[in-house]
Design a protein around this ligand. Structure first.
Ligand SMILES: [Zn+2]
Length: 280
């Protein structure tokens, strides 16, 4: 090989390596959109994977009810996600992406609904179907069929529409008020009811009122549930304990702008800190 050819070959190798590096960086880019800026601790620190998880409850026009969101506002928020290029994930995909087992699509987000309001089927589902967005419902089987709550028929319709149905205790109890045996009963019974009715294994859990204690974590471990969602306004992150993943509450009191700010920063507008320390 002449010296010139060697130089050309070396240049080609450099270009190939640079090309691969660029491909690698562009694969990571959607995730790093939400990643915290690299910490000052040093170059060896790997950025955690960070994904916003939004929490909804009732989609209904009930003035003064903080867990109810006007259908027009919900529709506007879903339109915003579509317009801004967000990718709502299935729960399965969310977990694979969060733990680095699947490449992330652009701007990933997980949409979750707690409790099991009937309007999740009659109002939210048609909106999400229009945009092709999947969602996750944390359901209390003890509420099934009560006025204003989903029936199993409706829950199955949500499942067919691409929703993951997961447990939220049987009766929406404050778990830390109960001893370990009763906590475990609330968790196990809700898990079993959903698995029996829907014919699939549940993957995750969410805490009523966002409340849990050490016994709750132990009860979940005994039950075989590996992932659980709390409230704690923040993005979910791969460096949070998997039984304490954080969510952002999409409130009916927020304006679209306040909600969009929360989605982008992981903080509601009113409690915006001067310097953010999201992963402690
Ligand atoms: Zn709840």
């Amino acid at each position: 090989m002449t010296r010139r050819r060697i130089r050309l070959a070396a240049a080609a190798i450099r270009a190939a390596v640079l090309g691969l590096a660029l491909v690698w960086v562009s694969l990571l880019a959607p995730v790093s959109t939400f990643a915290a800026s690299p910490a000052a601790e040093g170059r060896a620190v790997k950025s955690p994977i960070v994904i916003p998880v939004l929490l909804y409850h009732s989609i209904a026009d009930i003035p003064g009810n903080p867990v109810a969101m006007r259908p027009e506002l919900f529709e506007a928020e879903m339109a915003y996600l579509a317009r801004e290029g967000y990718t709502p994930l299935t729960l399965e995909s969310f977990l694979r992406i969060l733990y680095g087992n699947e490449p992330s699509p652009p701007k990933p987000v997980l949409l979750t609904f707690d409790d099991g309001y009937a309007n999740n089927d009659t109002v939210a589902r048609p909106v999400l179907e229009r945009y092709g967005f999947p969602a996750t419902l944390f359901f209390c089987p003890g509420f099934e069929g009560q006025e204003g709550y989903l029936t199993w028929k409706q829950v199955r319709r949500l499942q067919r529409a691409g929703w993951s149905i997961e447990p939220h205790t049987m009766n929406h109890v404050r778990l830390p008020d109960l001893d370990l045996v009763l906590q475990r009963r609330e968790i196990v019974e809700s898990k079993r009811a959903i698995e029996k009715r829907l014919g699939r294994r549940v993957l995750a859990f969410s805490y009523p009122y966002g409340e849990y204690d050490e016994r709750t974590l132990e009860a979940l471990r005994q039950t075989g549930i590996r992932y659980a969602f709390a409230l704690k306004d923040d993005f979910a992150s791969s460096d949070q304990p998997p039984l304490e993943l954080r969510r952002l509450v999409a409130s009916g009191d927020q304006t679209l702008e306040e909600w969009a700010h929360m989605l982008k920063t992981g903080r509601p507008l009113e409690s915006r800190p001067t310097s953010r320390t999201p992963h402690t």
